[in-house]
Write a protein that binds this ligand. Structure first.
Ligand SMILES: C[S@@+](CC[C@H](N)C(=O)[O-])C[C@H]1O[C@@H](n2cnc3c(N)ncnc32)[C@H](O)[C@@H]1O
Length: 289
């Protein structure tokens, strides 16, 4: 009972602080106008909640999106698992002048929030139905093709989405990415990529666990097979594997082998407790021309 009251009081405190602080802070934004679009606390979802963290992550992806696009305005960008639109804010300048950012998500509430808070002719949000044991456990909808024409996007993004996919989803949706991308275009997808960088980090991270009594949850060790596969793994602490799924190099190679996508760049993530641009591994894929 007392815990519930404390939780409620903290919630009210956070909402009040947010209501006063954010408009003041936003009134001081001078050079990064798209950050004015960052929504209020109750709409910031997708694993990143803090206002400053949204700004930080938007900055990282705005930079990488700019690097991989062949042209800088009028672009068509598909964001898979858009949540409440973080990458829409990162994409804002690139879709101006006739382009479009389309966000799709399996959670209808996310799409409704996006439609309400981002009202621009350059944005569109579409609810797609599909089962995901973490996000839509009550849906029985099997994987379904996205409602977009072949070769109709200049870029596909997915931030923290393939990290919730087992092998079947990972394979099905990577083929969809391949299908909707224009030739020579790119996809930016984040993973928990279990490559040599991960393997090398394991020894000292395991040691740290024993030494400092750190929680296994902080250390991101993917030590349980998902669906009996050696290439899709989850940490032992997950309630359902879809909370966090890592993929080996062999796993990634195997899903790419069925597409015309190839790996062009990896930004190793800091989740392995090694220096990294972002928390998860950012992988850039290029569609053959
Ligand atoms: C960790 S959240 C990330 C949200 C957003 N990309 C961000 O970083 O703020 C993962 C999102 O993927 C969505 N999702 C899960 N499976 C999906 C699928 N098969 N198709 C589209 N979206 C999916 C979830 O509903 C959720 O909003």
């Amino acid at each position: 009972m007392i815990h519930r009251i404390i939780k409620k009081l903290k919630f009210i405190r956070d909402q009040l602080l947010e209501e006063y602080f954010i408009p003041i802070d936003k009134s001081k934004i001078r050079r990064t106008k798209n950050l004015l679009l960052v929504p209020s606390l109750r709409y910031r979802r997708g694993g990143k909640i803090a206002y400053i963290e949204w700004g930080h992550v938007i900055g990282i992806f705005q930079t990488i999106i700019g690097q991989v696009l062949n042209q800088k305005t009028g672009q068509r960008i598909l964001d898979v698992g858009c949540g409440t639109g973080l990458l829409g804010i990162a994409s804002e300048s690139y879709v101006s002048e006739g382009g479009k950012y389309i966000g799709i998500d399996v959670i209808k509430e996310n799409i409704d929030i996006c439609k309400k808070i981002y009202q621009s002719p350059y944005y569109e949000f579409i609810h797609v139905e599909a089962h995901n044991e973490m996000y839509t456990p009550n849906s029985y909808q099997k994987q379904k093709s996205w409602p977009f024409a072949d070769e109709s996007f200049d870029l596909v993004t997915a931030l923290s989405v393939w990290t919730h996919f087992g092998s079947q989803d990972a394979q099905f949706y990577i083929k969809e990415v391949d299908r909707v991308l224009k030739p020579k275009s790119k996809a930016i997808i984040t993973f928990f990529y279990l490559n040599e960088n991960y393997t090398q980090s394991l020894a000292d991270r395991n040691q740290e666990l024993g030494k400092f009594n750190r929680s296994p949850k902080d250390l991101w060790i993917f030590d349980k097979k998902f669906e009996d596969s050696d290439d899709w793994l989850t940490p032992k602490w997950t309630n359902v594997p879809e909370e966090a799924i890592g993929i080996t190099k062999k796993g990634l190679d195997s899903i790419l082998a069925q597409t015309s996508l190839s790996l062009s760049t990896i930004y190793n993530g800091s989740w392995k407790e090694r220096p990294g641009a972002y928390f998860q591994d950012i992988i850039i894929l290029t569609k053959n021309g």
